[in-house]
Every structure is written in structure tokens, then in C-alpha cells.
Design a protein around this ligand. Structure first.
Ligand code: NAD
Length: 359
């Protein structure tokens, strides 16, 4: 039976990187006889321009009906000054929450060909392969009450609420344990249990779940401040890290930079049934939009993650990842991963090179 993908190119470099990724999707669809169909929708700034809101009902309906969503990136200076509740990023938060995409998977893999692109010494990062599992629909980004209020003395006060229930913690921990079972068998749970009660419960719940259901997984715990340091000092000690929304947001960007380019990193956000939204880790890069400078590989690798996690098409996923490796071996680089002796190419040429390597 045919499976449907909703493509949301978004804003800034979104349309450029998505054009390259769509060609790759088309090629694997033919090559592996996958019988996928896809359609396009608006999210973020482009949706605000067309419909006045960042997540129009028509997009949300299409996303709910689709088997997977492939997203570019949203946002840009054009929409920075509009009212907070309808900014592009709100559309992103809402679609994640409406689709119940509670598990965000962000691999930080350093391709050996790019070891020089990292700001860390090659011996510290070469061969890096870690996976950050971030809870995406709870915690302080969604907790109520929230707001900015005026105190009796006239001073303004901003406030947010960090909140996690046991069931929310368990379901994200399960994802982390299941992923670890397919990889190195280690999970490090990140918290700030010495200060925050919400993460004290997090730590206890993860520990109990591991003891009850995952005795084969080697579970450790780390405070978030230490984790931030350890990621820079000795990142290869980690296999899978699991953490809440706020800590995960920050640590996954830090881990991304270990690899030298955010332009290389895909991500997946999954619901409880494996339906997912797949997107590069980076934003809409307005500074380079429309100039054929963006690296499309993170989006192309997001297609590979979609094939692997939602559609269980491991061969097709591997074929894309191998093709990316071939292109890097050929010395082809976009500006963000450029180094001496390599050949600098643009977004479109990088996409074409991957297509050629795919055969
Ligand atoms: P960004 O990731 O867009 O850009 C950070 C830096 O990385 C920029 O110098 C940019 O040129 C570069 N960069 C990013 N992706 C690249 C790629 N594929 N190839 C080459 N270089 C790349 O982050 P930002 O500048 O903080 O945010 C820009 C806009 O994107 C903002 O409106 C922000 O809200 C939005 N944003 C969206 C998402 C998303 O859609 N998931 C995520 C983060 C930021």
C-alpha cells in the first residue's frame, strides 16, 4: 500500500535544501520500488504570509493524515517582530505537540572525512557516534502556568513551569533504552536532581524502569552541567543520552557542534506508533538563504532517518548514508564544512552529487 509523506519546506534555506532532498527521495523511491507519494504544505513564516498563522488547519490536517512529515526549517527576521503567539516557531512547537511527537532523536555522528571540521582535536572526536534522545512535548517549554506578570510593587516578573509526569518520563526513557539496545547498550540520563524536584522524579523513574524492564542496558546518570562539560572533554564516553526538553535543546546543539557542522545533522521526532517528523537540526539560516550556499546533507540524511524509523526501509536508508559518505570521499564540500584541499560546491551541486553517488 502506498505511503504518504507531507513535505514542509518552510522558510529561509528551507526550500533550497528541500529541493535537493526531494530529488533524493524520488530517486530512492524508484530505485527501491518504495511506492511513496508526497505532497507539499506551508508551515512557519510562509504559512503566516499565506494564512496569517504559522500552522494553518490545512497543514495540520495533512500532517495528521500523512505517514511521515519531512520538514526544512522555519523562521526568519521577516517574522521576528510579530506577536509572539503566531511566530513561525510557534507553528513548529504546535505541530510537534499536535502530532504527539514526544521523542526527538538527534544523532551526532562525525564522518571521519570531516574530523578536521570539528573545533576539538581529531583524537577526541574522530569516530564519534552518539544519540541524544530529548523529550519534546513536555517540560518547561509547555508547562503551565507561564507568562510575564506585574507584581504588587509594579515590577514585572517572568515565570515558567518545568513539569514531568511519571508516564511522560517512562515513555521517553523506553525510547532511549530501545535505541541503546540496537547500538552500544549504554544510556546516560541527564538531570539536575540536586536542585530540581522535577528531575529528581525523572532520575528515580528512569532508574526504576531500567531495573524492571531493561536489565541488559548499562544506565548511568549525570547532572546537566557536568554533561555539558563531558560532551566537550570526552564525548566518546557516551552512547545514548536521554533528557528533558530544555536540557536536550541545549545539549543537542552542543553535541551538534562537536561534529563541526550543524549542516550535517538530521533529526527525527517520533510518536508512540513510529510516525515521525524528520528535519535537519539547523534553522532557516536567513543569512545565506537564496544564495545556493546551504548544506543540504542534513535534510538528505533526514530522509534516510525517515526511511529507517517510520518506514523500516533500512536498505534505502543505508544507501543514502553511503552516498553521502561517497560524496565526502570525493572531497566535495559546501562552505560550512569546507577545508583546505577540498572542492567547494553549492547546495544544488551537492544534491546532484548525492544523486550521482546513489546511482
Ligand atoms: P540557524 O541554524 O538557522 O543558523 C546558525 C548558523 O549556521 C548560521 O550562520 C547559518 O548560516 C549556519 N547554517 C545553518 N544551517 C546551515 C546549512 N544547512 N548549511 C550551511 N550553514 C548553515 O540558527 P539561527 O541563526 O539561530 O536561526 C535562524 C532562524 O531559524 C531563526 O528565525 C530561528 O528561530 C530559526 N530556527 C528554526 C529551527 C527549525 O526550524 N527547526 C531551528 C533553529 C532555529
Amino acid at each position: 500500500m502506498s505511503q504518504h509523506i507531507l513535505i514542509l519546506a518552510g522558510d529561509g534555506i528551507g526550500p533550497e535544501i528541500m529541493a535537493a532532498a526531494e530529488k533524493v527521495l524520488n530517486r530512492v523511491n524508484d530505485k527501491f520500488a518504495l511506492d511513496f507519494t508526497w505532497s507539499h504544505g506551508l508551515l512557519g513564516g510562509s504559512a503566516i504570509d499565506a494564512h496569517g498563522v504559522p500552522l494553518p488547519d490545512v497543514t495540520l490536517d495533512a500532517a495528521k493524515k500523512a505517514d511521515a512529515v519531512l520538514l526544512g526549517a522555519v523562521g526568519g527576521p521577516k517574522w521576528d517582530a510579530i506577536e509572539r503567539s503566531i511566530r513561525p516557531e510557534r507553528g513548529l512547537l504546535k505541530i510537534r505537540s499536535e502530532l504527539n511527537l514526544f521523542a526527538n532523536l538527534r544523532p551526532a555522528i562525525l564522518y571521519p572525512q570531516l574530523a578536521d571540521a570539528s573545533s576539538l582535536k581529531p583524537e577526541i572526536v574522530a569516530g564519534l557516534d552518539i544519540l541524544i534522545v530529548r523529550e519534546l512535548t513536555g517540560g518547561i517549554y509547555f508547562g503551565q502556568p507561564r507568562g510575564i506578570r506585574v507584581l504588587e510593587n509594579g515590577e514585572k516578573q517572568g515565570f515558567n513551569t518545568d513539569v514531568y509526569s511519571e508516564s511522560e518520563i517512562k515513555r521517553i526513557a523506553k525510547v532511549a533504552f530501545d535505541m541503546a539496545a540496537l547500538r552500544g547498550g549504554k544510556v546516560c540520563s541527564i538531570d539536575k536532581a540536586n536542585v530540581l524536584e522535577v528531575t529528581e522524579l525523572w532520575k528515580q523513574t528512569v532508574t526504576d524502569l531500567a531495573a524492571a524492564e531493561y536489565p541488559e542496558i548499562k544506565l548511568s546518570h549525570m547532572y546537566v552541567d557536568n554533561a555539558a562539560m563531558q560532551l566537550v572533554k570526552n564525548p566518546k564516553q557516551f552512547d545514548v543520552l536521554v533528557t528533558g526538553n530544555l536540557f536536550g535543546d541545549i545539549l543537542s546543539d552542543e553535541a551538534a557542534m562537536l561534529t563541526g557542522s550543524i549542516g550535517m545533522l538530521p533529526s527525527a521526532s517520533l510518536d508512540a506508533n513510529g510516525k515521525g517528523m524528520y528535519e535537519p537540526c539547523h534553522g532557516s539560516a536567513p543569512d545565506i538563504a537564496g544564495q545556493d550556499l546551504a548544506n543540504p546533507l542534513a535534510t538528505i540524511l533526514s530522509v534516510a532517518m525517515m526511511l529507517r524509523y517510520t518506514f523500516k526501509q533500512e536498505d534505502a536508508a543505508k544507501a543514502i548514508e553511503t552516498a553521502v559518505g561517497v560524496v565526502l570521499d570525493q572531497g566535495l564540500r559546501t562552505g560550512d564544512i569546507m577545508s583546505a584541499g577540498m572542492t567547494k560546491i553549492g547546495t544544488q551541486a551537492m544534491g546532484e552529487a548525492v544523486l550521482k553517488a546513489l546511482g
